[in-house]
Ligand binder design. Structure first.
Ligand code: GH3
Ligand code: MG
Ligand code: MG
Length: 455
C-alpha cells in the first residue's frame, strides 16, 4: 500500500537528485580541473601535456558520471515502481468501488421492491387481493419465466393453484397435489433444480409437456407452518440470479405473513359474529347482515322463532339436553332454509331469520317445512319432543330493523297465545292487519282460558 506521503517524498527525492547531479558533476570538474592540468603539464610538455590533462580529467570524471547515471536510474526505477503500485492500487480501488456500487444498487432495488410489495400487501384487504399482488409481483421478479403459487386449502391436505403467470400464458403446471408431497414445502427450504433430468431433481419435474427444464421452488409459510410453494421454471441449466431468488423469498415471506394475518382476522371476525353453541350468526351479526341486503333483494321477510316451554324442557331433562335441542333446531334451520337466508340465534332460545327476495307468505311455508323437519329430526336424534313458535312479517324497504322485529315479535307473541307450535304472520301497513285481529282474538281467548298458556 503506497501512501500519498511516500509518493510525494519519492517525487521530491527524484527532483532533488536531478538538481544535485549537475552541481556535483560541475563541483567535481572544478575540483579536478586545475590539479589535472598541472599534472598533465608536469608529465608532458606542449600539446601532449594537454592530452594527458584531458585524459586525467576523463579518467576521474567518467566513474563519477557513471555513478551519477546509475544512481539516477535507480531512483527513477524506485519512482516508477511506486507509480506502478499506486496505479494498481487505484485500479483495484476503482474496481472495488464499482463492485460495491453494483451491490448497493441491487440492494437499493431489492429494498425498493420489498417496500413496494409490503405497501401493496398492506393495502390488500382480502385473500383475492393478496393473490393479485402476488401474481403481479411474479411479472416484476421473473418477467420471462412461468411462475405459479400453489397454496394449501383449509384442510391443508390439498395444494390449489392460486396464481399463475407465463410468457405465453402457460404456467409451470406443477402436478404436486399436497404440501407433504412437495420437497420444498416439506423441507421448508428453497430448492433449485438445474435440470429435470438430473438424478437428484424433483420427481414432479419429469414428464412435463415443456420437456426438460430447470426449476426454482420457494416455500410459503403462514405463521410458521409451510402451506404452499412458489414454483418457477426455465430452460435446463438456466441459473436464476441470487437477487431474483431473494426477491421470491421476500415475496413468499411477506405474502405468507399477510395471508396469515388476514386469516386470523377473518377467524376472529367469524368468532365475534358467531354464536358458539349453535354456530349460527349472533344478534349483532344478524343486525349487520340484514342492513347489507340491497334494495333489489326486496321483499324481505323477517321471522322471530322461540322454543316452546323450553324452561320446562331444561328443568325436566337438564341444561345439556336443552343445549342439544338448541343445536338441533339450529341445524334444522340451516339445512332446510336457503343458503341466502340469514339465520341467527338472537339470544337464549330465540332465533331471528331474514328471507331476502321472499314474501312473508312464502317464508311462512318455508317455516312450516322447518317445523315438520324439526319434528322428524327430534325423533331421529332421540331428544324429548319440543316445538317452536314463529312470528313473521314483511320488511318494508328502508324500514328500521327494530320496527320490523317488533312486528315479528308481536306475531310470535300471538303464536304463543294461540297455543304455540305454529307460524303467525303479521302483515305490515298502517291499518290493522290480520295479526292484530288475531291478537284481539287471542286476547279474548286468553281471557276465556284465564291466561292458562302464558308462560
Ligand atoms: P315459552 O314457550 O313461553 O317461550 O316458554 P319458555 O319456557 O320457552 O320461556 P322462558 O322465557 O320462560 O324460558 C326460557 C328458557 O330458556 C329459560 C332459560 O334457562 C333457557 N335458556 C336460555 N338460553 C339457554 C341456553 O343457552 N341453554 C339452555 N339449555 N337453556 C337456555
Ligand atoms: Mg323466549
Ligand atoms: Mg320459549
Amino acid at each position: 500500500m503506497v501512501t500519498e506521503e511516500e509518493w510525494s517524498g519519492e517525487v521530491a527525492k527524484s527532483k532533488r537528485f536531478r538538481l544535485l547531479s549537475p552541481i556535483i558533476a560541475l563541483g567535481a570538474f572544478a575540483l579536478i580541473f586545475v590539479p589535472a592540468m598541472m599534472a598533465g603539464t608536469a608529465i608532458a610538455s606542449g600539446f601532449n601535456g594537454y592530452l594527458v590533462s584531458v585524459g586525467l580529467i576523463m579518467a576521474l570524471m567518467l566513474p563519477l558520471a557513471f555513478g551519477l547515471v546509475v544512481l539516477g536510474e535507480r531512483r527513477q526505477r524506485l519512482t516508477d515502481e511506486k507509480v506502478r503500485r499506486l496505479n494498481d492500487e487505484l485500479s483495484e480501488a476503482i474496481a472495488a468501488a464499482d463492485r460495491e456500487a453494483v451491490i448497493r444498487d441491487s440492494q437499493v432495488q431489492r429494498q425498493r421492491f420489498e417496500s413496494r410489495l409490503a405497501n401493496a400487501l398492506d393495502m390488500a384487504e382480502g385473500e383475492p387481493e393478496v393473490i393479485d399482488v402476488i401474481e403481479r409481483s411474479f411479472g416484476a421478479v421473473l418477467p420471462d419465466a412461468p411462475v405459479e403459487l400453489l397454496l394449501a386449502d383449509n384442510s391443508h391436505a390439498h395444494l390449489v393453484r392460486m396464481a399463475a403467470v407465463g410468457p405465453d400464458g402457460e404456467p409451470p403446471s406443477c402436478g404436486v397435489d399436497s404440501p407433504d408431497r412437495c420437497p420444498a414445502a416439506r423441507r421448508a427450504q428453497i430448492q433449485v433444480f438445474s435440470d429435470s433430468d438430473d438424478l437428484d431433481a424433483c420427481p414432479k419435474l419429469r414428464n412435463r409437456p415443456q420437456g426438460r427444464l430447470s426449476a426454482l421452488c420457494v416455500p410459503v409459510s403462514i405463521m410458521g407452518r409451510t402451506v404452499g410453494v412458489i414454483h418457477a421454471t426455465g430452460e435446463p441449466q438456466a441459473a436464476v440470479e441470487d437477487d431474483r431468488v431473494d426477491d421470491l423469498a421476500t415475496l413468499a415471506k411477506l405474502a405468507g405473513a399477510r395471508i396469515g394475518l388476514l386469516r386470523v382476522m377473518a377467524e376472529t371476525q367469524l368468532q365475534a359474529s358467531t354464536d358458539t353453541l349453535t354456530g349460527l350468526l349472533n344478534r349483532r351479526a344478524f343486525s349487520e347482515q340484514i342492513g347489507t341486503i340491497p334494495p333489489h333483494q326486496h321483499p324481505v321477510a323477517v321471522a322471530m322463532a322461540d322454543l316452546d316451554h323450553f324452561k320446562v324442557l331444561n328443568d325436566t331433562y337438564g341444561h345439556e339436553t336443552g343445549d342439544r335441542a338448541l343445536r338441533l333446531f339450529a341445524r334444522v334451520l340451516h339445512d332446510s332454509l336457503r343458503s341466502s337466508d340469514i339465520v341467527s340465534r338472537y339470544g337464549g332460545e330465540e332465533f331471528a331469520i331474514a328471507f331476502p327476495e321472499c314474501s312473508a307468505i312464502d317464508a311462512t311455508r318455508a317455516l312450516n317445512t322447518v317445523r315438520a323437519q324439526l319434528d322428524a329430526a327430534i325423533t331421529v336424534g332421540g331428544l324429548p319432543k319440543f316445538t317452536v313458535s314463529f312470528g313473521i312479517t314483511d320488511a318494508e324497504p328502508g324500514e328500521e330493523l327494530n320496527a320490523v322485529l317488533r312486528r315479528a315479535d308481536d306475531a310470535l307473541l300471538l303464536a304463543k297465545r294461540q297455543g304455540r307450535d305454529r307460524v303467525v304472520l303479521h302483515e305490515a301497513g298502517g291499518s290493522p292487519g290480520p295479526a292484530d285481529e288475531q291478537r284481539d282474538l287471542a286476547q279474548m281467548l286468553d281471557g276465556q282460558l284465564s291466561g292458562a298458556d302464558h308462560t
